[in-house]
Design a protein around this ligand. Structure first.
Ligand SMILES: [Zn+2]
Length: 277
């Protein structure tokens, strides 16, 4: 159910759209799922670091990359350990990247909000959504580090998106999911063929997966946000180019940012956009 509110501030007219909905997952369970997301986020950091190096994600246990110090249980608490340790290794005092607690926190927030805003009442759908959001986080991290979006993540993401479209409740439906994946995937595949320097095939596979998960028109919103963020952030990095700034910025993290925004606020943003006509 939707309700439009028009507020007038002198010559400025601002239209707010309130979407009334019923949450199928209560606050307590959403918080619990969010806490679970923090722990999963900690594991995702390991995956992002080790997968591109061809190392096992299970063995050996987490350790400091500088001195090899094996982390004890209390040093493995997501976000908190980083704060307690002051962002440094307990043994050699080498700085730990802020990215670790940041990614843990991000994954926790993604899980909380995915649960909190779920309206399908299907825990299978919620589970698939959590996998989607987390795999995107992994892809953003790996692309940032290595300029690659490995098939081992993009292709299963595409597959799960299509299967979920056909088998699970909620948007998009199977045919919309398939059509969107083929539509945006095919379009950007052509671009990659014509202009291979501008877009890699990894980007194309990720875009197809986003089409499968988000469907039309939300995938277009994700692409729009990604391009906008890419030009603003990439452009200002180029302008401010200093020593140590990277020449090339991967597109994957922007696609992930666009996909997250479209996933959480896509319906409201698309409705708002259409209501302005
Ligand atoms: Zn150390």
């Amino acid at each position: 159910m939707m309700r439009n509110l028009r507020l007038c501030f002198g010559p400025l007219q601002i239209k707010l759209i309130l979407i009334e909905r019923t949450n199928s997952v209560g606050l307590e369970l959403s918080l619990f799922i969010g806490a679970f997301g923090l722990i999963i986020g900690s594991f995702l950091n390991v995956v992002i670091y080790r997968m591109p190096r061809g190392e096992s994600v299970a063995y050996p246990g987490s350790h400091c990359p500088t001195c090899g110090h094996m982390l004890r249980a209390w040093e493995l608490i997501p976000v908190l350990s980083y704060l307690i340790l002051g962002g440094r290794c307990a043994k050699c005092r080498e700085k730990i990247s802020i990215r670790y607690p940041l990614f843990e926190l991000t994954n926790g927030l993604l899980y909380f909000f995915a649960a909190w805003q779920d309206t399908t009442g299907s825990f299978l759908q919620l589970g698939v959504n959590l996998v989607f959001l987390s795999v995107l986080l992994v892809l953003a991290g790996i692309d940032w580090d290595t300029y690659r979006l490995p098939d081992i993540f993009t292709l299963p993401l595409l597959g799960i998106g299509l299967v979920a479209g056909f088998l699970l409740p909620g948007d998009p439906s199977g045919w919309v999911s398939l059509g969107s994946a083929l539509g945006v995937g095919g379009f950007f595949w052509l671009i990659a063929l014509v202009y291979p320097k501008g877009m890699g095939l990894g980007d194309v596979k990720l875009i197809a997966a986003l089409g499968a998960f988000l469907g039309f028109p939300k995938v277009l919103l994700a692409l729009f946000i990604a391009s906008l963020a890419g030009s603003i952030i990439g452009g200002s990095m180029l302008l401010l180019k200093q020593k140590g700034f990277r020449e090339q910025i991967p597109f994957g993290p922007y696609l992930v940012l666009g996909a997250w925004i479209a996933f959480f606020w896509g319906d409201a943003l698309v409705t708002y956009y259409l209501s302005t006509f």
